[in-house]
Design a protein around this ligand. Sequence first.
Ligand SMILES: [Zn+2]
Length: 249
Amino acid sequence: MPNNRLCIICDMRKSESCFERKGEHIVPRSLGSRKLRTPHVCRECNGGLGTIDIALKNADGVMLACYDRDVGGARSGRSGNRSAKNSPKNDDEAIDIIKLSAPRPKPFEENPDIKGAILKIAYEATHLRLGNDWLRDPITVTIKNILFAYVNKNKTIAREHINSINIRDINIDAFYYVINKSRSELIKRAISSKSCLNALWIIPFKTETKTDGDRLAIVYDIEGIAPGYVEVGKSTWGIDEAELLAPQL
Ligand SMILES: [Zn+2]
């Protein structure tokens, strides 16, 4: 079989048998979002990125959100019984609730690998939307190096490079006001589909200095961690307004 499909993490062309038939989940399946998938990450690389997916899933706020929304049966099949949260049946569950009730640290301070998980989502989702031309953007090389370091279990390199990429907080209500969309509709949809992913957007944005020109960013709204954005392009790559990448409607 010819090696004709590009993996955007290891940068190698491989045969189709090296990829999941239906593609790999861009947002970890454990967060309840299943539809957004990429055919351009090989099985080997996806497996190597498991540690950052787990870091995001295990962030205290995300764990609580998954429990609240009964993602993947997080409430042990007692969905719909909201009082179950306050009446633990056994000691193990009681311990979990104490942990979940503790004050939440900022996610990236809690564990820098959570930042890696956000970068993975941003990188794969942007490529899915823009295609291989976008891989020429200088910013993609940096993100790819971080993700490839995770695949190679080289956490030292990954964490060194990760400091060169900023993930910034966003005033999410102001964001939805500016793009004139309803956040509450997306939240309702996420709750009813038992997902912690409220929304993933790709947007053009203006930098503070005029000379830098317009840039491209991914805005993520994941229940349980502070919403934020990460720059994914040194230009807008033809995106002229906010586009919803997930959930796919
Ligand atoms: Zn690969």
